[in-house]
Design a protein around this ligand. Structure first.
Ligand SMILES: NC(=O)c1ccc[n+]([C@@H]2O[C@H](COP(=O)([O-])OP(=O)(O)OC[C@H]3O[C@@H](n4cnc5c(N)ncnc54)[C@H](OP(=O)(O)O)[C@@H]3O)[C@@H](O)[C@H]2O)c1
Length: 356
C-alpha cells in the first residue's frame, strides 16, 4: 500500500520534493501547502514543473492538511528565519500522528546536539502522536553523516576526519537567505548571521558530535573559525553583483577537539566565482563543487562527491539532492520508532522505486 504524503512548501527544495513524490511508486501525494497567495489553488503538477495534473491543489489551510491524517509530511518551508512558526507547523503534524521528514530546522540533523527549546516540543509531539521526525539534506546532512560513515566503514583506525563542502555558489539564486547569511556582497566588517558566536557550532557541531558518538570519543571543545575574501573587481553572477571591497568568498569551520587537537572538522569554502580566494582549496579536477571527506588513519580514505553534471548545474543539483534525501527517507521514517531521530538510528539503504 502506498504511503500518503503531504508536501509542505514549494520553494527551491520543495518543488523538487513535490515532483519526486508525484513520480515515486509507493508514495501517494495527498496534499500540498503553499504560503504565497499566487500559488494557493494551483495544481501540484504545475507547481513542480510537471504536465499531467494531479488533482491535488495547493492550500494554506493547515487544519485541512492535518485532517488528511497523512503518513508523512515533507517539510521544506523556510524555517531558520522563522523557527517558532515552523515549530508550530511541525509539532501540529507530529501530535496528529503524521511523521515528518524535513530539510528545515537544520540544527536537528543530530538532535542530541540541539537546544532544548527546539528539541523538547518536538519530542513531546512525537510522544503524543506516536510519530517520528527526521531532518537531513546534503549539507548539513549527507556530507557530515552518511559520507564520513561510509568512509569510516573502510577504516581500521581514524586519526583525523575532515569533511569539506567546497562549492562555487555563483549560480545559486538565493541572495536573500544564503547570500545574506554568508555575508556575500557586504563589507567585510559586517558580521553575517552565520558568523555570530555559536551559530556555526549550532549547525555543524551536530554532525561533529554524531561522528564522535559513533566512534565513542569525547569532544572536549567545539571551536569555530571563519574568514572572508573581498573582491578586487566587480563580480557579476546569478546570486548577485559584488563590488570591489565586498565579500565574495567565505571559509569557515567547526572543529571538534579530541585529546587536545582538532580531530573531527566540518569545513566550508564557498565562492561566488572561481577567481575568488585563489589561495583557498578548490574542488578536484576543476569541478565547480565537491562534498568530500578525508580520513587520516589506517588505511586513510578520501571520498569526493560531485552532484550534478550534464545539463544540471551543481547548485541546482545540490537542491535536488537535498529534496531527494528527504523523500528517500520517507519509508524508513514511517517504519521507525516514535521520536526525533537521526541517521544512526535509521537504515542507511534509503533508495526505493527510483528507476524510471
Ligand atoms: N541541509 C541542507 O543541505 C539544506 C539545503 C537546502 C536547504 N535547506 C533548508 O531547507 C529549507 C528550504 O530551503 P529552500 O531553499 O527551499 O528555501 P526557500 O526557497 O527560500 O523557501 C522555501 C519556502 O518556504 C515557504 N516560506 C517562506 N517564508 C514563509 C513564511 N513567512 N511563511 C510560510 N512559508 C514561508 C515558501 O513556500 P511557498 O513558496 O510554497 O509559499 C518558500 O517557497 C530551509 O530551511 C533551508 O535551510 C537545507
Amino acid at each position: 500500500m502506498s504511503l500518503r504524503v503531504i508536501q509542505f512548501a514549494t520553494g527551491n527544495v520543495g518543488r523538487h520534493a513535490l515532483r519526486s513524490i508525484i513520480n515515486r511508486p509507493g508514495l501517494e501525494l495527498v496534499g500540498v501547502h503553499a504560503s504565497s497567495p499566487e500559488k494557493v489553488g494551483r495544481d501540484a503538477a504545475e507547481l513542480s514543473g510537471l504536465e499531467t495534473p494531479t488533482g491535488i491543489v495547493a492550500t494554506n489551510d493547515l487544519e485541512a492538511l492535518l485532517a488528511l491524517k497523512a503518513d508523512c509530511v515533507v517539510y521544506t518551508s523556510q524555517a531558520e528565519t522563522r523557527p517558532q512558526a515552523a515549530l508550530a507547523d511541525i509539532t501540529a503534524f507530529l501530535a496528529a500522528g503524521t511523521n515528518v521528514v524535513a530539510t528545515s530546522l537544520v540544527w536537528l540533523v543530530y538532535p542530541p546536539h540541539a537546544d532544548a527549546w527546539l528539541r523538547e516540543p518536538i519530542e513531546a509531539a512525537c510522544a503524543a502522536g506516536g510519530s517520528t521526525m527526521y531532518v537531513n539534506g546534503i549539507d548539513p546532512g549527507f556530507s557530515g553523516d552518511l559520507l564520513p560513515l561510509a568512509a569510516l566503514s573502510l577504516t581500521e583506525r581514524a586519526d583525523e576526519i575532515l569533511v569539506q563542502e567546497i562549492f562555487d555558489y555563483g549560480s545559486y539564486e538565493d541572495a536573500e537567505f544564503t547570500g545574506a547569511s554568508f555575508g556575500f556582497g557586504a563589507p567585510p566588517d559586517v558580521v553575517p548571521t552565520l558568523f555570530l558566536p555559536g551559530v556555526l557550532a549550532s549547525i555543524w557541531g551536530g554532525p561533529v558530535r554524531l561522528l564522535a558518538d559513533q566512534l565513542g570519543v569525547q569532544i572536549e571543545e567545539l571551536r569555530e573559525r571563519h574568514e572572508t575574501w573581498t573582491a578586487t573587481r566587480t563580480i557579476t553572477c546569478a546570486m548577485m553583483t559584488v563590488e570591489p571591497g565586498q565579500v565574495a568568498a567565505a571559509r569557515f569551520a567547526v572543529e571538534g577537539f579530541v585529546r587536545g587537537r582538532p580531530a573531527i572538522v566540518m569545513e566550508h569554502v564557498n565562492r561566488l566565482t572561481s577567481q575568488a580566494a585563489p589561495e583557498w582549496p578548490f574542488p578536484p579536477e576543476g569541478r565547480p563543487g565537491v562534498h568530500r571527506v578525508v580520513i587520516k588513519g589506517v588505511p586513510g580514505v578520501e571520498i569526493n562527491t560531485h552532484v550534478g553534471g550534464g545539463r544540471i548545474d551543481h547548485n541546482e543539483a545540490g537542491v535536488i539532492a537535498t529534496a531527494a534525501k528527504a523523500v528517500n527517507a520517507i519509508p524508513a521514517v514511517c517504519a521507525a520508532s516514535p521520536g526525533l531521530t537521526h541517521l544512526s538510528e535509521l537504515p542507511v539503504a534509503q533508495a526505493h522505486g527510483l528507476m524510471s
